[in-house]
Design a protein around this ligand. Structure first.
Ligand code: ISL
Length: 604
């Protein structure tokens, strides 16, 4: 069997630094704030903290646009603060995982400034520059498909010759994935915001420069760093838009595995027991996914794979509805549990939330307040009884939900949400060039989806104490306000309250994490087998220790009631091996409303 490492059985707690704890009343969370909360984090029973970016950044995409990898942004503190955080975490037996964003930098990074300045710049080739496609004025006039608005975007040079981007790729945040730059009359690739130019990984110097700083990391969009040769146009799947969002074209590029292996050999292997988790969005083919994590290939320790995360994504993109059913959720989880496990020889992560998604309670549960905490506990039980390295996102441990207030859609701040709204408005404007389309005209139509799915929800400040101003997140006053809205429902859901209350979501997470540690062979390393997948309202599965494990008899049956009906009945299928000899209900309320339970030791 493959070697075991500390990170296999670890639970990692994600901190979004801007929203965790503000120690200096400037409205932003900071490193010192995290240091103050290390004891709290330790009390959860987690093994490591993943810190979303806090490097120097103009903050166009909340720090995922880095302008200096060697400095901590002023709003968060200093490098010394990070060192103090590492020391404090270590005292509590926890490690720190930093976020490595190396597909792109900020446009304010010195490398890009140099690259953009002139075509012969030594750093020109550090980014991806191409000439635009020329479109003659004549062709333009007769090409009915080019809408007035899109023409505006490409009439960027001297007015006589109209340029189009080098290909038709769409940015993740909408619009063309290429940005015209007047200084040299060329375009650079930027798969995300225009302030996030993509690095050219084919350039050896770029790779050397990146390798200089690496320890152990969560690697942002690591599967798209190697770009396809020739930058071919994407097939047109969305005829309403000039640009096509076809991430599969630039995922798993020609040199991807070579670069990851190189990074590992040249840097990571020098450190003992480093941990890497690659973010691998847009890739769903199991064979492709496995390549990143099969131990003998010596690439990544584990990855974030997004099949489950995208379950509510409609065919028209994230903000379009999808009619996913409970059975899809069950089969998606079951599929990946079996594909990537200790026995199968490739490792995975378990996660339901991050800073890139809305809250799981709101996405997967009903929106009624009545069930909110039950749903939170049920999902906690789901996650803590699945195989893989467990990741939880700050606030999940108290059952934070999406913003309770239906605030105006225009007040959503995230760049993905804003980009989507902007793009939709442009498309409408293009269809009706004779009148001005205001944002409020499209708001009604998209409000439900934005309220359900916007990334903003996962980035709300932590409510530490509902009796304090700003829910104890920040003492900002005199006109200074927290950088983002503090939810109005904090009196219902805050840490100070849940710490005192034995049936709280927080206490439940603590108990479940302890249970997971106690049954690590079965729950972390063990095999997964769904039971009665068709039993609609219930999700039930067996967990059994891996073959060859000394802990043979500790089988666990997990039964989750996925409905709000407390009378739901689950009959043990006759195929169940052995009899239940001891069945402990772990449910929180102990009342007849028991919502979910895990039984243990049921073999003979
Ligand atoms: O957020 C998403 C969907 O809502 C994802 O498609 C996301 O854009 C993708 O997973 C890449 O995410 C990472 O890189 C982005 C950054 O905005 C995200 O916050 C980060 O997690 C660009 O750096």
């Amino acid at each position: 069997p493959p070697a075991r490492h500390w990170w296999h059985s670890a639970t990692v707690y994600q901190i979004y630094p801007a929203s965790f704890k503000d120690s200096n009343a400037d409205g932003y969370g900071d490193i010192q704030g995290i240091i103050e909360k290390v004891d709290y984090i330790a009390s959860l029973g987690v093994d490591a903290v993943w810190l979303s970016p806090c490097y120097k950044s103009p903050y166009v995409d909340m720090g995922y646009d880095i302008s200096d990898y060697r400095q901590i942004d002023q709003r968060f503190g200093t490098v010394e603060d990070i060192e103090r955080l590492i020391a404090k975490l270590a005292k509590c037996n926890m490690k720190l995982l930093m976020d490595l964003v190396i597909n792109h930098t900020s446009d304010q990074h010195a490398w890009f400034q140099e690259s953009r300045s002139f075509v012969e710049s030594p750093k020109r080739d550090w980014y991806i520059w191409r000439k635009g496609k020329n479109v003659s004025a004549r062709k333009r006039r007769f090409d009915g498909r080019i809408s007035p608005l899109i023409r505006l975007q490409v009439t960027l040079s001297d007015g006589k010759i109209v340029q189009k981007p080098p290909n038709n790729w769409e940015s993740q945040f909408k619009g063309s994935a290429w940005q015209y730059d007047e200084i040299t009359n060329e375009w650079y690739l930027r798969l995300f915001a225009k302030e996030q130019p993509d690095l050219n990984w084919d350039n050896r110097d770029v790779r050397e420069a990146v390798y200089e700083g690496i320890g152990g990391f969560r690697m942002d969009v690591i599967n798209i760093i190697s770009k396809p040769n020739g930058f071919p146009d994407a097939p047109v799947t969305n005829s309403r838009s000039e640009y096509q969002l076809v991430a599969s074209l630039y995922c798993n590029g020609p040199h991807i595995h070579e670069y990851i292996r190189e990074m590992r050999q040249e840097v990571l292997d020098q450190y003992e027991d480093f941990m890497t988790v690659g973010e691998v969005p847009f890739t769903f083919d199991p064979a492709e996914v496995r390549k990143y994590v099969e131990p003998e290939r010596k690439e990544l320790c584990m990855l974030f794979q997004f099949d489950l995360f995208g379950i509510d994504r409609g065919s028209g993109g994230k903000f379009t509805p999808s009619d996913w059913q409970l059975k899809d959720l069950k089969s998606t989880i079951s599929k990946w549990q079996q594909l990537l496990s200790f026995t199968s020889g490739a490792w995975q992560t378990v996660f339901l939330e991050s800073h890139d998604a809305a809250r799981s309670v709101s996405r997967f549960g009903d929106r009624g307040q009545d069930n909110r905490f039950r749903v939170a506990k049920m999902l906690a039980m789901l996650e803590t009884t699945l195989a893989g390295t467990l990741f939880m996102h700050q606030g999940q441990e108290i059952g934070m939900a999406n913003l309770a207030e239906d605030i105006p859609i225009e007040e959503y701040m995230d760049i993905e949400t804003k980009g989507f709204l902007h793009d939709l408005r442009q498309l409408r404007q293009a269809a009706e060039p004779d009148r001005v389309i205001e944002l409020k005209e499209i708001v009604d139509e998209v409000a439900d989806q934005v309220r359900l799915k916007a990334r903003d929800h996962g980035r709300m400040p932590m409510p530490w104490d509902g009796n304090k101003p700003n829910a104890g997140f920040s003492e900002a006053r005199d006109g200074i306000r927290p950088w983002t809205r503090v939810d109005s429902d904090f009196d219902l859901c805050h840490v100070a309250h849940q710490e005192k209350f034995t049936n709280s979501v927080l206490k439940f997470w603590q108990r479940m994490l302890a249970f997971r540690r106690q049954h690590v062979e079965t729950l972390v390393f063990g095999d997964f087998e769904p039971v009665a997948l068709d039993n609609e309202p219930v999700f039930a599965y067996h967990r059994t220790p891996p073959a060859g494990s000394g802990d043979k008899s500790n089988n666990i049956l997990v039964v989750l009631n996925m409905t709000s009906n407390s009378d739901t009945v689950f009959r043990m299928p006759t195929s169940t091996r052995g009899d239940v000899v001891e069945f402990s209900m772990l449910e929180c309320s102990r009342s007849k409303n028991a919502h979910s339970c895990a039984g243990q030791k049921y073999t003979t």
